[in-house]
Ligand binder design. Sequence first.
Ligand code: IPM
Ligand code: MG
Length: 364
Amino acid sequence: MAQNYRITLLPGDGIGPEIMTVTVDVLKTIAKQYDLQFDFTSVPIGGAAIDETGEPLPAKTLETCRNSDAVLLAAIGGYKWDNLPRHQRPETGLLGLRSGLSLFANLRPATILPQLIDASTLKPEVVKGVDIMVVRELTGGIYFGQPKGVFATETGEQRGVNTMAYTDGEIDRIAKIGFETAQKRGGKLCSVDKANVLDVSQLWRDRVTQMSEQYSDVELSHLYVDNAAMQLVRDPKQFDTIVTGNMFGDILSDAAAMLTGSIGMLPSASLGENNPGVFEPVHGSAPDIAGQDKANPLAQILSAAMMLRYGLNQPQAAKRIEQAVLQVLDLGYRTGDIMSPGMKPVGCRGMGEILIQVLESPMG
Ligand code: IPM
Ligand code: MG
């Protein structure tokens, strides 16, 4: 009997709906081949939810996510909602989803694909072979610490405040994911902090160092975040797995993504302990090309593969999708963002159709 999964779809804004449609078609194809059954429920988040309900994360959306086996998210945000008060902004919906599902671990791979090496702005010899996993803490740090807000001072000035805070428990649980991820990869973990200045970072460094005693098979190093940024563009191959806090992870994962030159290719997974994971592309909602069939759906499709692997424990189906993506690139098909001379231009739907053809052809 087919294994049944409830999948919540959050198409969101901008190019979100179009890349989601293509990805659902890919998942339906995979379902037939691996005897899986997906029950898809699509609910609004971000700007789409603001337009429908006035809130970026309606209670029903969070509830539907909680009651599913995995959540596939596309992208949120757009010019239209940029000037709303913070509690009504699309980004607030995304942060609410992360904290509402306690998704404290964000895995962001940045792998350079040989087929796309020319898409990088860095020299091929610098980026060839880059394979980094950024493990970003996602529900703590300066994004969520209290106090936060804009307050009036005694002199009548305004004072904006955010607080970077981590408890030892929060550090330990993400450090554990960092060490375990490194164990499954190249065995090297680099913890990134700002311990030369920040007390919260000193605690971070102390806890990570202490935990390393339990992982003698992992080679641990520490870098200050400014140096880490520099090393990432200077010699990215020195990195295997990086573990860091919420804001440093936000910044470094974008830098790592850009090494590959193709942010349109990168998936991510956000995982907690007792809730379904959320799987989403690293790129944003690209409102400038929305609705024009120009978007690259491959990061969304690879996010579906991450969902199969990390969320549903279907590694073979995941692998099949990942192989098919490489085959499509080998065949020379490219969306605009990864186009290079001599390749065959396709749109979002066209890319999906070719991928499905590859999936349906006998495995080579
Ligand atoms: C990301 C994004 C989000 C973040 C924004 C949209 C809230 O930049 O997922 O990296 O800062 O976490
Ligand atoms: Mg970011």
